[in-house]
Design a protein around this ligand. Structure first.
Ligand code: PPS
Length: 355
């Protein structure tokens, strides 16, 4: 009897201890949950998300790749970072490689001379880093200031050359003075091409954008019957190379210039690239082995352009067929340019053989 009383008392005590224990355990759980929730550590609670990639991690495709790949999209194409790369670490790594410098060499002209081909050929060189798009700093955006310009430049390591190309600099009156005030050591490259074919190329480009454009001869002549040339038409005016060069020579000595033949850049790209690399003080890395002649395009193309392992030609806007221009119009224009060409040959000490 006494024994069963003891057993009942013991059972009752155990029950009490059990219920207290479970009460305490529940309380610990509740407090732990509340503690983490209030401190914002709970993964189960929704949190605001700020995606750094939308600010810093997206890579914009620049205009040069559009020209190079021949595809055009009105809005910039965005490429996502690889999933494995943490956006913030990518930024700091990218920032720690090299520094942004003003270009030591600029391709200043001429429009439709072959400036894009030259820049893309140069970009294969490991010691050349260049802006893809045309910055137009010394003609259109000068009021944005030199720091804005420098910021457009890619980062370079010790020994690498920074470059850009904007063909309209050659015909911009203020450009030489402005370039000089950035650095009097700037090397200047001018790709020149027969001014008559250059004018037709220029016209072809405008025609592709405005199909209703008057005929070439209507624009080229002030008076068709007298054959008076309209020098106010930019397609004609750009070809007066001697006149534009005179303006540049007021600020820079001739030794700062390299004149690249637009014709030879097509027929002998490696030869012309040899001259360019020497002028820039670069090792002759870009050579015959980098080019092949694409029969369909009718132009030399790159076996391995910068950032790609596949052969590439320039885009459709480079090397497009020209409209047929009456031969007497071309002859008249050739006569018009002759004295300017001869003057240009004298000034540069180089006969480009356009006559
Ligand atoms: N390798 C290669 N591939 C394609 N095109 C080549 C090449 N080398 C030189 N060219 C000639 O470059 C001409 C265009 O010149 P630019 O690049 O200076 O034009 S632009 O001023 O930047 O619009 C372009 O003029 P068009 O033929 O009238 O289209 C070409 O003749």
């Amino acid at each position: 009897m006494g024994c069963s009383k003891w057993r009942a008392a013991l059972n009752f005590g155990l029950l009490k201890v059990q219920s207290r224990l479970s009460f305490f355990l529940t309380m610990i759980l509740v407090f732990t949950y509340l503690f983490y929730s209030l401190n914002g550590y709970s993964d189960s609670l929704p949190r605001p998300v700020f995606d750094h990639r939308s600010q810093n991690g997206l890579v914009l495709q620049d205009a040069h790749s559009v020209e190079l790949f021949g595809a055009y999209s009105a809005s910039p194409v965005r490429e996502q970072l690889p999933k494995s790369a943490s956006p913030s670490s990518n930024i700091s790594i990218a920032n720690s490689f090299g520094s942004k410098k003003f270009p030591q060499a600029i391709i200043i002209g001429v429009k439709k001379g072959g400036t894009r081909a030259l820049l893309e050929f140069l970009r294969i060189h490991p010691d050349v880093r260049a802006v893809g798009a045309e910055p137009h700093f010394f003609d259109r955006f000068y009021d944005k200031g030199l720091e804005w310009y420098r910021n457009l430049m890619p980062r370079t390591l010790e020994g690498q050359i920074t470059m850009e190309k904007t063909p309209s600099y050659f015909i911009t009156k203020e450009a030489p003075r402005r370039v000089l005030s950035m650095s009097r050591h700037t090397k200047l490259i001018v790709v020149v091409r027969d001014p008559v074919t250059r004018a037709v190329s220029d016209y072809t480009q405008t025609l592709s954008k405005s199909p209703g454009l008057p005929s070439f001869q209507n624009l080229a002549f002030r008076n068709v019957s007298t054959g008076l040339i309209d020098t106010s038409w930019s397609a004609v005016r750009i070809g007066l190379y001697a006149k534009h060069l005179e303006n540049w020579l007021r600020y820079f000595p001739l030794s700062h210039f390299l004149f690249v033949s637009g014709e030879r850049l097509v027929t002998d790209p490696a030869g012309e690239m040899g001259r360019v690399q020497d002028f820039l003080g670069l090792k002759r890395v870009v050579s015959d082995k980098h080019f092949y002649f694409n029969q369909t395009k009718g132009f030399p193309c790159l076996k391995k352009p910068e950032g790609s392992s596949r052969p590439r030609c320039l885009g459709k806007s480079k090397g497009r067929p020209h409209p047929q221009i009456p031969s007497e119009v071309l002859l008249r224009l050739r006569d018009f340019y002759r004295p300017f060409n001869l003057k240009f040959y004298q000034m540069t000490g180089h006969n480009f053989g356009w006559n």
